[in-house]
Design a protein around this ligand. Structure first.
Ligand code: ZN
Ligand code: CU
Length: 480
């Protein structure tokens, strides 16, 4: 007699992640993998679940996260799993938890990932081992941060690296790639990397080619010089002959509202377009540490945390400045170090960028923020609900592709991102009409509605917003 399946999910509407049209199908799971897809009459299973009227699709891949430490500290990963996210890409914006060797508090914005004590992975391999030991609820693949490498090899970050320092960084990057890192990330807009020359980054990117990795970049400029910064990212990718992901693409600041079409034209007309992708979150506000350069009286800023005045947060900077009788810039100085949500993006631009076929969905959520931007809990359901169902800017099939098949291909996550026999059983079952994000700027910590079941590596991790407590995630970067 044939061995029964572990789960048989019957009569769902299958959206397989490739962009193909939905079909009615049964999906069977055996162990960690998808063992059957199609009309599976007569199949036996330990658990048969009727999912008529529901969508079944691959688990979502969060293309852009800062969950490096969160997956270890809070391995239940509630903010992710309740959205249907089954894999996170960590190490973005030049900031990776590993490898980092610190003899002081992490410089801003590396402090987004944790305190000095949290940076306990002097080499990349020990991070991978730790993930596999902890078994977080979600799978993890990691980029190596350019800024993290700079911290390890440079005494001061306010200049470009010397030849010897660059060689040191490159050698360390090589060993990370050998130990399973999926590529290099940069955060060239930040003070910790803005003085790095393009050549410094190219030198490191050259190391990525051999491993088949990717270059993901928080552009040097997301404001007036955003096109020049995009040109730089193409120059780096081209010089190293590797694919490029532009992180959280946007044209920020009121002076740049309306420029999204220029950005997308740049991508569509670039000779490098076949190897160029981007990620985006479905909100008209960004978030990071509080950057004095971004204090602009025309832009609303919500202070989410402050080391100097934790008792005041969350608070709007303009309200606080009025109360204190000083300028917003002065108030910002008094709050630092601090975290902020900047309402610096136009909704129309965001909608245009997120709907582009080359755009993946990435939350850019900040898990250590006590009052996080709602994208941490709401990104994926919000794309399904707002962008697809309500605004009808993209089909549901296309929304799912941007969250599954497309990132799996770009980050080379093998046997993930599609519903296919032999692929890992990372699956989401959701109600197309009910799925809705519930987190808001006022109340950001809230699980989405309508995500009914989430499987990770064949195990049920979440049902109707409740975590089962079963954690089957693992490191899924390039296996050495
Ligand atoms: Zn960033
Ligand atoms: Cu980021």
């Amino acid at each position: 007699m044939e061995k029964p399946f572990d789960f048989l999910l019957k009569n769902g509407t299958l959206i397989d992640g490739s962009g193909s049209i939905p079909v009615l199908a049964d999906v069977a799971i055996l162990g960690e993998v998808i063992a059957g897809v199609g009309q599976l009459e007569g199949a036996s299973a330990n658990e048969v679940i009727d999912i008529s009227g529901k969508v079944i699709c691959p688990g979502f891949i969060d293309s852009h996260t800062h969950d490096d430490h969160a997956v270890i500290k809070s391995p239940q990963c509630e903010s992710k799993i309740t959205q249907g996210v089954t894999t996170v890409i960590v190490g973005n914006c030049g900031l990776s938890l590993a490898p980092v060797r610190l003899d002081r508090e992490p410089p801003d914005p590396l402090n987004l990932l944790g305190d000095q004590k949290d940076f306990s992975f002097p080499d990349f391999g020990s991070y991978v081992e730790r993930i596999d030991e902890v078994r977080p609820a979600v799978n993890v693949a990691a980029l190596v941060g350019h800024t993290s490498l700079r911290v390890n090899h440079m005494a001061s970050l306010d200049r470009t690296a010397t030849e010897a320092e660059t060689a040191g960084m490159r050698a360390e990057l090589r060993s990370c790639l050998e130990q399973g890192a999926i590529g290099l990330s940069s955060g060239l807009a930040y003070g910790t990397a803005i003085e790095a020359s393009t050549e410094e980054v190219i030198e490191l990117a050259l190391e990525v080619k051999e491993s088949g990795g990717i270059y993901a970049t928080h552009l040097r400029n997301e404001f007036d010089q955003v096109i020049e910064a995009m040109e730089e990212s193409v120059e780096i990718g081209h010089a190293a002959d590797i694919p490029v992901v532009i992180s959280h693409l946007k044209c920020a600041g009121p002076d740049n509202w309306g420029r999204s079409q220029d950005l997308l034209d740049f991508i569509d007309h670039s000779p490098y377009r076949d190897r160029l992708h981007m990620d985006c979150y479905p909100y008209a506000a960004g978030s990071s540490t509080l950057d004095l350069k971004q204090v602009d009286e025309r832009v609303k800023i919500l202070i989410t945390w402050s080391d100097q005045h934790p008792e005041l947060c969350p608070v709007y900077l303009h309200e606080l400045a009025a109360q204190w009788g000083i300028s917003q810039l002065e108030a910002a100085k008094r709050l630092q170090p601090a975290g902020a949500v900047y309402f610096s993006i136009s909704e129309e631009d965001m909608l245009k960028i997120i709907s582009h076929p080359k755009t993946m969905i990435g939350s850019d959520g900040l898990p250590n923020d006590p009052h996080p931007h709602p994208r941490l809990w709401g990104t994926f359901p919000r794309v399904l609900a707002e962008i697809s169902r309500e605004k009808k800017l993209i089909s549901l099939t296309e929304a799912v592709r941007k969250m599954t098949g497309l990132p799996a291909a770009n980050f080379r996550l093998s046997q993930r991102g599609l519903v296919q026999c032999g692929y890992f059983a990372d699956l989401v079952i959701f109600d197309e009409q009910d799925v809705t994000d519930t987190s808001t700027f006022e109340n950001p910590v809230a699980a989405a509605d309508g995500i009914e079941m989430v499987f990770v590596n064949g195990a049920l991790a979440c049902a109707d917003k409740a975590l089962t407590g079963v954690r089957r995630g693992r490191y899924v970067g390039k296996q050495p």
